[in-house]
Design a binder for this molecule. Sequence first.
Ligand SMILES: Cc1cc2nc3c(=O)[nH]c(=O)nc-3n(C[C@H](O)[C@H](O)[C@H](O)COP(=O)(O)OP(=O)(O)OC[C@H]3O[C@@H](n4cnc5c(N)ncnc54)[C@H](O)[C@@H]3O)c2cc1C
Length: 400
Amino acid sequence: MIDLEYDAIVVGAGPAGSIAARILAENDIKTLVVEKKQEIGTPKRCAEGINIDGLEKVGLKPDPVWARREIKGAVLYSPHGKSLEMFLDKKRGYVIERKIFEKYLARDAIRAGARYMVKTLATEVIKEDGKISGINAVHMGKKLRIKSKLIIAADGVDSKIAKSAGLNTKNPLTDYHSGFQYEMVGLNLKNTDLLHIYFGNEIAPKGYVWIFPKDDDTANVGIGILGRLSDKGNKAKDYLDRFIENHPQIFKNASAIEINAGGIPVGSSIDPLVMDGLMVVGDAAHQVNPIHGGGMALAMNAAKISAEVGVKAIKEGDLSKKRLYEYEKIWRETEGVKMQKLLKLRSFLEKLKDKDFESLADILTEEDIIKLTKGKYRFLLKLFMKKAPKMLPLARKFLT
Ligand SMILES: Cc1cc2nc3c(=O)[nH]c(=O)nc-3n(C[C@H](O)[C@H](O)[C@H](O)COP(=O)(O)OP(=O)(O)OC[C@H]3O[C@@H](n4cnc5c(N)ncnc54)[C@H](O)[C@@H]3O)c2cc1C
């Protein structure tokens, strides 16, 4: 057994973990990051889309090293192929090269003073007299006992650390999407500076298919569907393969160079997010956009907030749940409010039939869609009253 001691341990070197580590280290907190994989960023489990706000909030500027394609907006396709283009206004988005991005974030944290240990699996928290005092870990067959004042659990969707500390991080099947994706080359795609998103219950029940271009002929082509459906023998992969087969004009000459799969916790947040000596961030805390399943920006923002609170708590010598709750409060009052609205909107969208999607494609404008992505949906009631009265009862049930 090897004994180590740090002020803060971050479990997981994903986007959340490395942002938290950088901020802790920048503030002279002796920080260790443990990452179970032997290579940070690999394999990726991501379509790699992020908007500029998500980067800027945590002090990042797009770097050509990882910002692979600038994106100007998206095209949404109805089940029968009607399309609606929406542009990001003056803002930009990016499809990034996540394997490089994650290493870049780790590099920044290390340069700020954090220590990283890859191929190091955190197995559980250590509790002494009922109080969390560190973690047990295994590094290449060697057992480690690492003491620390604060633990930030940034260990992703399958988080074990928060669970071992006693928090409920279970993913209910109603709030869990199955994601499956190919990175493909050889596509024949128009508008490669737009994301392409396809809806419909035959295409992707209670979810969507995406094509996120990385190049003129290269893209992440994926699907997210409600996990419950995938369990009934209709696997996400089967739907995606069918979609590809049904679009030979795009995929005739394309081949996959990579397969990515993973779960997406779309329930908006676990409750609580903190306990004495421990904070949970990112996918581990289910801080993912309930509508589109994007989680990098939210994870990094939560990590920033938690690390800033962690710095103050360590310097004050108060790692109590009450002190760390500042992180949870800020989260719930900012991102959390929007997430709750998007959760409601998701419940509504999940009830739509294909004919409803067609009606939406007829009546929604670009501005309407932008409003919806921000969780502003009240206008829908008025709109349905005027233009799609058949959808009113459903909207009243889920959106009021
Ligand atoms: C198919 C798919 C497509 C997606 N597309 C997008 C997208 O386009 N845009 C977007 O913003 N989001 C997307 N997401 C979601 C996004 O990938 C996550 O929200 C994001 O990775 C969350 O970051 P994180 O740091 O919280 O967790 P992760 O990135 O999962 O990082 C957790 C890290 O912890 C490590 N770890 C886990 N357990 C332990 C342990 N016990 N000990 C040590 N290390 C451990 C893991 O190896 C991992 O490196 C997608 C997800 C999927 C599955």
